[in-house]
Design a binder for this molecule. Structure first.
Ligand code: UFG
Length: 334
């Protein structure tokens, strides 16, 4: 089967390409490399001994996207491509609405024109806004707190409408919790440019002494130690969830939603302490004010994905901390 992966050189996309190739799918990547590098392709090949087909194009370019669908018989699409920095989306919302929506609409129009019916969409737990209770189930009310999240929710709504109008379509929406970790080889991982926004990339920079200390955003939340609690999931587990979703999508019509998380929440300080222990490094930190827009706790009820997809995250928090650091140690430019 030929699987088109948009954003296939990104953090989650690249790990998913590895799992697809390991499961004998043919992989065709579209990426404009706006937030990833071409070397990822060699790394995917090094890990799997297989070469994904690659097109450096912008997903908003409809003619080029259509050419790719005409050149390759695409059986299913996994759609990752999109901007994803929450803070940037607040300061530049138009950039997020224009890019994330335009690219998705273009992809959907082309899929319709060429009769490609299978789509897996990369959504986020951010669509649950401030959850009414925990753990979070797929049928909880949806809302968002920033433009990035709103683009995910808007796309979910668009896909819902398409599923009503097109009885042939198969859409699986995956709502990710907090992906961290990296491939065991140390070849693929997450290394954002500039000062990281997310917790694990920041901790890693403190570990390598590129940053002096971690700012812990608040210790007065209603959680076991006062710091924010999240459902961290190993990116390799997350990638495997896409294979399960793809298997389901083949014999399925309609739209379904799944949480991809572990079901366990860890606080900022839990993560810091585990990172220190498994990597034998010190992570100095300072408690500072809460970050605007953050919620106290967020973790998944992963039951639906387990029952209907057979998906269960296997890696624990220690592996996530080890693998995140291993990637940086192996890829640090000295
Ligand atoms: N945190 C710190 N210091 C930092 C960075 C983060 O204390 O330097 C804390 C946050 O306050 C929060 C936790 O660490 O309690 C996790 O923060 P992240 O920024 O790593 O992740 P978020 O849960 O805020 O957001 C992430 C993604 C979003 C996605 C969301 C889904 O960034 O894109 O998970 O739940 F929508």
């Amino acid at each position: 089967m030929n699987i088109l992966v948009t954003g296939g050189t990104g953090f989650i996309g690249s790990h998913t390409c590895v799992e697809l190739l390991n499961n004998n799918y043919n992989v065709i990547i579209i990426d404009n490399l706006s937030n990833s590098s071409i070397e990822v392709l060699e790394k995917i090949e090094k890990i799997t001994s297989k070469k994904p087909k690659f097109y450096k194009i912008d997903l908003c370019d409809k003619e080029k996207v259509k050419e790719i669908f005409n050149e390759n018989k695409i059986d299913a699409v996994i759609h990752f491509a999109g901007y994803k920095a929450v803070g940037e989306s607040v300061s530049n919302p138009l950039k997020y609405y224009r890019n994330n929506l335009d690219s998705t609409l273009t992809l959907l129009e082309v899929m319709k024109e060429v009769n490609c019916h299978n789509l897996i969409f990369s959504s986020s737990a951010t669509v649950y806004g401030t959850p009414k209770e925990l753990p979070i189930k797929e049928d909880f009310p949806l809302s968002t707190t920033n433009p990035y999240g709103t683009t995910k929710l808007m796309i979910e709504r668009i896909l819902k409408d398409i599923s009503i109008s097109d009885k042939e379509i198969s859409i699986i929406i995956l709502r990710y919790f907090n992906p961290i970790g990296s491939h065991k080889s140390g070849l693929l991982g997450e290394n954002p440019s500039g000062i990281p926004n997310n917790l694990m990339p920041y901790i890693v920079r403190v570990a390598t002494k590129e940053l002096p200390f971690l700012n812990v955003f608040g210790n007065d939340y209603d959680t076991h130690d006062g710091t924010g609690v999240r459902d961290y999931i190993h990116v390799v587990d997350l990638a495997k969830g896409h294979i399960k979703a793809l298997e389901k999508s083949i014999n399925f019509k309609g739209i379904e939603y799944y949480n991809l998380g572990t079901g366990t929440g860890y606080s900022v300080l839990d993560l810091v302490k585990t990172f220190e222990k498994v990597n034998n490094v010190k992570i100095p930190y300072k408690i500072v004010n809460r970050r605007p827009g953050d919620i106290a706790a967020c973790f998944a009820d992963p039951t639906k994905a387990y029952k209907e997809l057979g998906f269960k995250a296997e890696y624990g928090i220690e592996d996530m901390c080890k693998d995140s650091y291993n990637y940086i140690l192996k890829n640090k430019s000295n």
